[in-house]
Design a binder for this molecule. Structure first.
Ligand code: CP3
Length: 348
């Protein structure tokens, strides 16, 4: 098989013979084989075994035939190197015993040391670089999203403690954003040096902010991250997470290639709001996957018809896959996306 670079081409708005597809959280619990591995090891234990982490990364590529792999890891992994102890607790998510809530807590965060603390993740990337025939997407959590876990100590719905710090102590907040921005830049650079072929910045929860506050408290750091990584010759994806439609017009100057959309904004509207500059990725509501196959295909068809009106479209969900999703349906959907989009692009 020859190397499939469709994702890279679509990210740069070049012509492709089909629409590339991958799914956020495609390595995971909907797959019985993965669940079996999880009976033996925790996520963090798997990440410390590069051969196993690489194998799990490749499973959805083999089983679904997607056009990209996404590194099996978690957005929390690099914060261990800053000196933060955390755990990923079943059915909850990231949990931190000593949350970061004061100036002293933020000042204590160390700079990331990839060689000392995260060499296992770089080894996983090197293994995958040898094995894969599709691009490997690596990723980092964006500063707001990481900060929300560090400050709340666990997943939150209101982000009350995060917003309290942001609005009450803007200098401490800025120091935290600066430190997390530095972490992302160093970490992502290492990913690409070790063989990553694209990266996505996950800002899953930043849609909790009004556009004005996003611009004041978060966007300067996002802008700096993409500017400082602009020399890397790989597609750069920003996913502003759920409910981020109102933030899209603020992203126009970002030095990214692709913007990920959630399902509340159409592909055409997402393009319009971001000034037509970026390729777009998304945005099927993941829970549509619970519908009958014919309904799923109808939604996918409409998305593809809209997506291919302009160059630069990558099929994805609007947020991550959930554990109850069906492997068989995902396989059928992936095949359908490939077949239908190839025919539609030919007839264009
Ligand atoms: O996409 C992939 O398949 C690659 C692996 C990946 C994981 N986490 C593995 C994981 C990726 C890209 C992530 C990113 C991540 N982690 C995000 C951004 C994406 C998003 O969904 O918005 C966030 C917010 C996290 C933090 C996190 N980690 C949460 C909220 C949870 C879920 C808790 C739960 O049990 O539902 C985790 C745990 C986690 N990370 C799992 C996986 C496969 C599930 C638990 C497990 O299998 O151990």
């Amino acid at each position: 098989m020859t190397y499939n670079d469709t994702l890279i081409r679509a990210s740069y708005k070049q012509e492709t013979d089909h629409v590339p597809v991958w799914y956020m959280r495609q390595a995971g619990r909907y797959d019985p084989e993965y669940r079996k591995i999880k009976e033996k090891y925790s996520l963090l234990e798997i990440c410390r075994q590069p051969e196993l982490a690489a194998e799990i990364t490749m499973m959805p590529v083999r089983k679904l035939g997607v056009d990209a792999a996404i590194l099996y890891s978690d957005i929390m992994n690099p914060v261990a190197s800053l000196g933060v102890d955390f755990d990923i607790v079943k059915n909850i998510g990231p949990v931190i015993d000593n949350p970061i809530r004061s100036k002293a807590d933020v000042e204590k965060l160390r700079p990331i040391d990839v060689d000392k603390d995260l060499s296992h993740i770089m080894e996983t990337i090197r293994i995958l670089d040898k094995e894969l025939e599709v691009p490997l997407i690596t990723f980092a959590g964006a500063p707001f999203t990481i900060a929300s876990y560090l400050i709340e100590g666990r997943p939150s719905k209101s982000y009350i403690l995060t917003k309290t710090l942001m609005y009450s102590e803007p200098e401490v907040w800025k120091l935290l954003m600066d430190k997390l921005g530095d972490m992302v830049i160093t970490y992502v650079r290492s990913h690409i040096e070790n063989g990553g072929k694209a990266f996505q910045l996950f800002d899953s929860w930043v849609g909790a902010l009004a556009p004005k506050d996003f611009q004041t408290y978060v966007l300067p750091t996002i802008t700096r991250i993409f500017a400082e990584l602009s020399d890397l010759n790989v597609p750069k994806i920003y996913f502003p997470g759920v409910s981020s439609g109102e933030l899209l017009p603020t992203l126009k100057e970002l030095q990214a290639d692709v913007i990920g959309l959630d399902w509340r904004v159409s592909i055409a509207e997402g393009r319009k709001r971001t000034g037509g500059k970026f390729a777009v990725q998304g945005n099927l509501d993941p829970y549509i996957l619970t519908a009958p196959m014919e309904t799923i295909k109808q939604y996918a068809k409409e998305l593809i018809d809209e997506g291919i009106r302009e160059p630069g479209y990558i099929f994805n969900l609007g947020h991550g896959l959930f554990p109850e999703a069906s492997l068989d349906k995902l396989k059928e959907l992936t095949d359908y996306i490939h077949e239908y989009s190839a025919a539609a692009l030919k007839n264009k």
